[in-house]
Design a protein around this ligand. Sequence first.
Ligand code: NDP
Length: 428
Amino acid sequence: MDLSKHINSAHQSFQDWRKTPFEERQKLLLKLADVLDKNKEAYAKIITTEMHKPISQSIAEIEKSAGMIWFYANAENVLKPTEIKTEFNVSEVHYDAMGIILGVMPWNFPFWQVLRFAVPAILAGNVILLKHASICFGSGDEIEKAFAEAGFPKNIFQNLRIGHNEIQEILENPLVRGVSLTGSEKAGATVAALAGKNIKKSVLELGGSDAFIVLEDSDYEKAAIDGPAGKLQNTGQVCNAAKRFIIHRDIEGKFLPKFIEEYNSYQPADPFKKETKLGKMARPDLADELESQYKKALKNGAEVVLALERISENEFRPGIIRVQEGNPILQEELFGPLAILMVGKNDDEILKLANDIPFGLGNAVWTKDKKRAQFFIENLESGTVSINKSTSSDARLPFGGAKSSGYGVELSLLAIKEFTQIKTVVGN
Ligand code: NDP
């Protein structure tokens, strides 16, 4: 593929787009939300075909994406110059669009992850090149068509059907000003190094191994229902899913039977049936990886609570393992239908277990005691702390990671400024 042709045409479009008023851009976003809404069944079929998510969850992904676009279409213009009082007649902060921003995106939410990054960046006046996951090129094409159908100028959003080896050439081009990657630590580190070498801004949204903490004073019956949904949505392939269930030892006997019963109600079935709750994994090699992580955990002392059972090249009956501190599996992300169970004797021990991992995306704590909740809010090392609910993203609220889960902000009004150049204007 002639990448420079795509980069040059994106740059051409940027010259007008950067001057288009914020409110004009918002009108086009409203139309984009309508396009998604109108085509949601068709888009959902493409998602399920490409990465095997249950169809009802694919539809929900499109609805959530349309809602997020609607949020930005109605958002306050946070890019208006702001004034700072000094001895000068004029002292202002301006927010200029940066230019071409590359998105390197994963397969787990083929529309949501792309649009979540692209929409606020485009609203800020940037233009987008997308390198989608190799199994999701069809989704990428549909997103490009959706921008065209909504009436956006040509080349504001381009889907490039390329492999990840071509990312280097794009980031070396001086017209490309930044990159946002959602995916694994390995891909994130590679792309961030390339961006750093070329002095370009990067945003990384990487993996997680979030704790779902259930204290003895909580509504643990509700937690036992919410927990499996938090873990097994999208067949366990969610960055901020509940991955480690850390339970206060006083309720272990009451919580676990309900939790296991609910967890067991998620069984793999035809992803195209509306009632299916658990689909297939996106690729057979990802299923191989999960199976080898399961074996590694057991070899290092983990106990089987519910056996992980592989029933086809990319399908599992979901499993749960009980893991002790020090098991090397705790340093890894389990991206599939396999959950970790841990038990702690008090809040200090539970906090230590929760923080003792390389990641920090979205921990959840269940308690009725505000003081105990406050203790966890202040001390959990993660981009989000959810109280008495599973962690999920919300267009109105910032989303991002701590530690090896990445850096930078997505969603909320803050994300509109993420790919802008701050320009200080000062003088008399
Ligand atoms: P990757 O991180 O490899 O894929 C995500 C994106 O990065 C894809 O567009 C991919 O392109 C690209 N990519 C892959 N390798 C490189 C590289 N060396 N340099 C630049 N870009 C790269 O995810 P996988 O599909 O391999 O999944 C592996 C693991 O990553 C999962 O098991 C999970 O732990 C984690 N993951 C986390 C996600 C999240 O939401 N945080 C989403 C997906 C995966 P291409 O498809 O062409 O390789």
